[in-house]
Design a protein around this ligand. Structure first.
Ligand SMILES: [Zn+2]
Length: 133
């Protein structure tokens, strides 16, 4: 081993700044990654809670408002067609069973079956009266 091998060579110009830059870049990336991870974690937690609430709300609605295997929403969707012979007999039967047990849907059906009121246009003044000076 001679003295020449133990001698330190000067770094080529710009090596140190480049190395520093690389280190800083690594730190920056790690920070971004950490912030992103935390953000994703919070988002995931929020989504999980939201989903849980939705499922809970949906299942509690179903258990409360399902009669004859039909939910109130399903019954109310076809309530206008009910009793006009356009729905399958089996479905009419199930809707009937639902209506016998569900006051809410039955009230809605009675409202829908009321004859349309002509009261509003009868109370309007006749055109002659309306146009008189
Ligand atoms: Zn109902």
């Amino acid at each position: 081993m001679n003295a020449k091998d133990e001698q330190w060579d000067a770094c080529p110009q710009g090596t140190l700044p480049r190395m520093l830059q690389a280190v800083e870049e690594t730190h920056r990336r790690r920070n971004i990654h950490r912030v992103t991870s935390v953000f994703a974690g919070v988002l995931l937690a929020a989504a999980t809670v939201w989903f849980g609430v939705q499922v809970a709300a949906y299942s509690s609605h179903r258990s409360q408002d399902t009669y004859a295997d039909l939910t109130c929403a399903e019954v109310q969707n076809v309530l206008k067609q009910y009793g006009h012979g356009v729905l399958a007999a089996k479905l009419e039967e199930r809707i009937g069973a639902h209506l016998r047990r569900c006051r809410h849907c039955e009230a809605m059906r009675q409202k829908l079956q009321q004859p349309p009121s002509h009261h509003s246009w009868r109370t309007l003044p006749s055109p002659e009266v309306a146009m008189a000076p």
